[in-house]
Design a protein around this ligand. Sequence first.
Ligand SMILES: [Zn+2]
Length: 338
Amino acid sequence: MCQDHKPVGNPSHFEGTEQEKSTAHAVDGTFAQYTQGMKFFDPHVHMTSRTTDDYQALADAGVVALIEPAFWLGQPRTGLASFKDYFASLVGWERFRSSQFGIKHYCTIGLNSREANHEALAEQVMEILPLFLQKEGVVGVGEIGFDDQTAAEEKYYRAQLELAKEMNLPVQVHTPHRDKKKGTERSMAIALEHGIAPNMVIIDHNNEETVKSVLDQGFYAAFTIYPFTKMGNERMVEIVKHYGPERIMVNSAADWGISDPLAIPKTAALMKIKEVPDEHIRLVTYQNALDAFAQSGQIQEADFIHGLEIDQTQKFNGNTILRGGQAPRIDKDSLIIR
Ligand SMILES: [Zn+2]
């Protein structure tokens, strides 16, 4: 057993300090009172790691579309076939599962920074990326970038930037939690060096230290809201108040670690309470993410703005989300599943 009783952090994302514990819980039970009628777009959430209850809660809270970036699964993959199956599930089964709850599912595909360090395997993954990046509903290369800021990470970050450029796709950049400022600056400098327009790059996991430079250089600035640590809701509200809504977007980055898939509606509620204008809330929790990733040519707002048709009698390769005896929900032309 572990001697150290401190909670284990999520190594795939930025971790803040103990001090950064925010009021994430303040709006936990009541957020829906403030977000009636609002629609949300979560541009970073790892639904593969989440349950059907989460899908239901997201739909109930007004999340109409989401993007699932390819990422690190918590332990290293040992062969190319597991990457292939994972990428295939992001454009296949997971998209189907999401549709069964009325949420439009997109994904980004890429070699994550941690696994870039296994060079022999990374080489093989690079070979199959173009095939998956061409698939319908793939809205960018991601999440890629730096973790430990090693030479191998840089090599595959650069290679994937070239791929994004060739295929004219947006890039979703994971920034490291150690040496964040340096890693963020380096990520941006390299993207510019490869001739990628900053408006095609979404720099993720920002904080107060990085946001100004990211916005000043013309990149999109994404913020991950986590419960207990990191970028809490309150800090997020202050950032939007200070910088305004342009090119800023909020995400949950919910995954297999301690995280909250409802981070966006809860943050929107807090913004509403703190009197951030409605239009600013809409931009940072919906429109800016849509605009950034629609540059892929793969997102049509009309596909989800009025809700998806939910028909749980549908199957994916013969499989259903229903279990024996459960009645399928058929709920056409309705935004909210009841
Ligand atoms: Zn992620």
